[in-house]
Design a protein around this ligand. Structure first.
Ligand SMILES: Nc1nc2c(c(=O)[nH]1)N[C@H]1C(S)=C(S)[C@@H](COP(=O)(O)OP(=O)(O)OC[C@H]3O[C@@H](n4cnc5c(=O)[nH]c(N)nc54)[C@H](O)[C@@H]3O)O[C@H]1N2
Ligand SMILES: Nc1nc2c(c(=O)[nH]1)N[C@H]1C(S)=C(S)[C@@H](COP(=O)(O)OP(=O)(O)OC[C@H]3O[C@@H](n4cnc5c(=O)[nH]c(N)nc54)[C@H](O)[C@@H]3O)O[C@H]1N2
Ligand code: SF4
Ligand SMILES: [Mo]
Length: 766
């Protein structure tokens, strides 16, 4: 029977509303939902590929076990029993430190995974946790924690109301925006210039976003920290700083002044490649435009100075009065307020409470840097990881030195993957547990509304009933956790009671609690009903709190003065196109989680890292600036038809021109005798790949760009379309030893490599 369903695309952060026509168990079409309260019909080409994901014959629908003769289908019961038995045995023999977990990106697109992974993580009882965070937004979360007191208090660029959008190290026209959730980025960027505003991009590549911008400034990869210090320097030197309504709520402004004191535009001009005049002009324009914002992303955070860059970007917005203010950086007030409840559950975040074994790199939020995963498996002696639980991630392609991780995973005593494909990573698993797909479960975004440019909320039930005997991720988590806990008699009674409760509640039930308790919710904070419900929620989050205490803190939860005060899951069931809860509003200093409700402008850990910047500057001064003929800095790239490592099995997304290429400037190409399309060999400290060159003047001389997520030619994966469009993995070049030493984030941009035409290398070798 034909039917129409409305929901949200789960592939990237943009939260586009989609309209799915089905007939029986087949998807007939996927289109943009014109009536969606947020996206108004916009989608990108990836949304349609949800259909391919749903119908993909390569997708696993039942647990499999690796045997000498290939993958063997097994029952869920047998799979759970075996996984629990193997993990328990290893943990009994070697302690729970022998168990590791990796959590990949799709977890954040799935409310069941976000809300129900805790019991499994607890049952594993290990500190050897890794995730895509340390390949991504860790520097932002660290700055949130250190400056605002809560790791999830992300300031969001108010792109729809700004007159000057300066974008450094992000490409929202291709990525559709990150830590700035809004569907239809190209339209929003065009709207800025259409209303007389300006868009400026600062990037080693003239990107798809630059094509929509008013001005593009090339910058040498990895030197942003110098550029940002110089921007600050101009602002202070010329007396352009004015933090407006936040003036009284800022600590340590003088220390920031001191930090940038010697970094004049003239000093940084050489190393950054940005004219001093352009820096002065941009700094003044930024300070003098009332509604302006400086936005930064992957290019500035996932590099050697990522933590410093992200801190400086926040500082620049704050000291120019573009913070907590219309058109600048603002905070959301989401319907599912995980920030407030996280804080109530004692989970505002922590940093450097313990360290990795081999390299002593700091944890963040209970996770170790992913760059340490291979060595923690291979080189940590008695403390090594012997078994891994991989949840919705593909670190062999997504984390640095994938070849080494490949070897490390192959050496494990046991590995289980929770994934719907046999991937470059899950091929190492002894057992793969495949969850239901995105159309077979209910959906409500709980993470991205925290970083959205408007307050929005939307819920949808499943499009298709899950096939008989299939399991959601959250059911897999609970079923495994129950078995892992059951050998510990004392904790198992309590644990079993909690599992029963959670099973009955389901993630939807937990979301309903969040909604009713939250800032738009049905239950007024501080009322007895509210207190009881909040107690239940915090109990599930593992923090038993007396009612009295809850009733005290309840009213501190900010209520909105918005019309919507009756939110619950039932109410949302009647709003298939979602609810718009209004634009972002100023909320500081009340919402700060720091002591004394001050913004800590100059946390000591950043100041202590500044000598490294002085060294960077010196290294440029002492260098003969003429680079060796074939040495380059490697940067990353995203394309609107590619989604990290895992949507390349959709033919409609990979067909046409090969997108896994090394972009190189025509001058460099000519000097090295490289022609467009010709194979080049790129070599780094850890590896080598052969890849077609794409000669283009959109990239700076001395820089090459290769996208990540490719490299499907490794043996033993079962994704036929991806294998036929394999590409190579850029993370066979990135180096796990190169991290931002301040926080352990991987260095995936500005990686030193050499390049030469592949056939010349062969001739040389012969
Ligand atoms: N060089 C370089 N490397 C990068 C980056 C870069 O810019 N440059 N970017 C980094 C960034 S920002 C990120 S976020 C990471 C991403 O890296 P990862 O999170 O490690 O990998 P993904 O490619 O997102 O792979 C997701 C896996 O989850 C599976 N999956 C999809 N949906 C579900 C689901 O609902 N449940 C379960 N259980 N599994 C599911 C897919 O089949 C796939 O195998 O890559 C990082 N790596
Ligand atoms: N189509 C598509 N969309 C996606 C994804 C995807 O894989 N495909 N992944 C999603 C994920 S997980 C994330 S985290 C977001 C990321 O979202 P974005 O951060 O917007 O991601 P990128 O498109 O990689 O943009 C990074 C930009 O930084 C530039 N850059 C590289 N090195 C430097 C440097 O040293 N300095 C400066 N100033 N710039 C530099 C690159 O040229 C590039 O233009 O995208 C999300 N959206
Ligand atoms: S931009 Fe594309 S992938 Fe991202 S949510 Fe929208 S339709 Fe999905
Ligand atoms: Mo990401």
């Amino acid at each position: 029977m034909p039917a129409t369903h409305f929901r949200t695309c789960t592939l990237c952060e943009a939260m586009c509303g989609i309209r799915i026509e089905t007939d029986g168990d087949a998807v007939v079409s996927i289109k943009g939902d014109d009536q969606d309260s947020f996206s108004k019909g916009f989608i990108c080409p990836k949304a349609i590929a949800l259909q391919d994901l749903q119908q993909d014959p390569d997708r696993l629908r039942q647990p499999v076990r690796r045997t000498a003769s290939g993958w063997e289908k097994i029952s869920w019961e047998a799979a759970y029993d075996e996984v629990a038995k193997r993990l328990n045995r290893i943990s009994d023999q070697h302690g729970s430190k022998a168990l590791g977990v990796y959590l990949g990106n799709p977890n954040v697109h799935n409310h069941g995974n976000i809300l129900f992974s805790l019991p499994l993580l607890r049952a594993l009882k290990t500190r050897k946790r890794f995730s895509a965070t340390s390949l991504d937004q860790l520097p932002h979360m660290l700055a949130n924690l250190k400056m605002f007191g809560h790791q999830a208090m992300f300031p969001v660029s108010d792109i729809d109301r700004t007159d000057l959008f300066i974008c450094i190290g992000g490409n929202p026209a291709a990525s559709n925006g990150s830590l700035m959730t809004a569907p239809g980025m190209p339209h929003r960027l065009k709207a800025i210039t259409a209303r007389g505003g300006r868009v400026v991009t600062i990037d080693p590549r003239r990107t798809e976003t630059s094509a929509l911008a008013s001005e593009h400034i090339f910058i040498k990869p990895g030197t942003d920290v110098l550029f940002l210090l110089a921007m600050l320097n101009v602002i202070f030197e010329e007396g352009l700083d004015n933090s407006g309504h936040l003036k009284k709520h800022i600590e340590d402004l003088d220390l920031v002044k001191l930090a940038c004191h010697s970094y004049t535009p003239e000093v940084v001009e050489g190393p950054t490649g940005v004219h001093a005049h352009d820096i002065r002009k941009l700094a003044a324009e930024f300070a003098n435009t009332p509604e302006a914002v400086l936005y930064s992303r992957i290019g500035t955070s996932v590099q050697a100075y990522g933590a410093l860059c992200t801190w400086l970007v926040y500082c620049l917005n704050i000291v120019t009065g573009h913070f907590d203010r219309r058109g600048g950086m603002m905070f959301t007030l989401p319907a599912v307020d995980m920030v407030a409840f996280g804080a109530m559950a004692g989970q505002s975040g922590h940093f450097d409470k313990y360290k990795s074994v081999v390299r002593a790199l700091p944890e963040f939020g209970g996770e170790l840097p992913s760059s340490t995963m291979a060595e923690e498996i291979m080189d940590a002696g008695d403390k090594r990881i012997r078994a891994m639980v991989m949840i919705a991630g593909n670190p062999v392609l997504s984390s640095p030195n994938g070849q080494q991780l490949d070897k490390a995973l192959a050496s494990l005593d046991f590995m289980v993957s929770i994934d719907m494909y046999v991937t470059e990573t899950s091929r190492h698993a002894d057992i793969i547990l495949p969850p239901t797909g995105p159309l077979e479960r209910s959906h409500i975004d709980v993470v991205f509304p925290m970083v959205a440019v408007r307050n929005i909320v939307k819920y949808a039930g499943p499009v298709f009933e899950p096939a008989e005997g299939s399991q959601h991720d959250w059911e897999i988590f609970l079923n495994l956790a129950r078995r892992l806990e059951s050998r510990d008699v004392a904790s198992s009674v309590m644990a079993r009671a909690r599992f029963e409760l959670m099973h009955r509640l389901t993630p939807d039930g937990m979301v309903d609690l969040f909604l009713q308790l939250g800032p738009y919710g049905r239950l007024p904070p501080g009322s007895k009903l509210w207190g009881n419900a909040a107690g239940k929620l915090l109990d599930l989050l593992g923090k038993r709190t007396p009612l009295r205490k809850l009733l005290e803190t309840g009213p501190l939860l900010r209520r909105n003065n918005n019309a919507e005060k009756n939110l619950s899951l039932n109410r949302l069931r009647n709003e298939p196109h979602g609810l718009d809860l209004g634009p972002l509003k100023p909320c500081l200093p009340e919402r700060l989680y720091t002591k004394g409700k001050k913004i800590r402008l100059a946390p000591r850990l950043y100041l202590q890292d500044l000598p490294r910047v002085a060294d960077l500057l010196k290294s440029y001064e002492s260098h003969a600036r003429e680079p060796l003929d074939n040495s380059f800095l490697l940067i990353g790239r995203r394309h609107v038809r590619s989604n990290n490592s895992w949507m390349h099995n959709s033919y409609r997304l990979v067909k046409g021109k090969n997108r896994c290429t090394a972009m190189i400037h025509p001058e460099d190409a000519e000097r090295l005798g490289v022609e467009d399309g010709q194979s080049v060999t790129v070599t780094s400290a850890v590896g080598r790949v052969d890849i077609p060159a794409e000669v283009t003047d959109t990239i700076m001389p001395g820089v090459i760009s290769i996208p990540h997520g490719w490299g499907h030619a490794r043996s033993g994966i079962s994704q036929k379309t991806a294998q036929a469009h394999a590409g190579v993995s850029v993370n066979d070049l990135t180096d796990e030893m190169q991290v931002d030493p301040l926080c352990g984030t991987a260095v995936l941009n500005a990686v030193p490599v050499t390049l030469m035409p592949t056939d010349k290398r062969r001739v040389k070798a012969a």
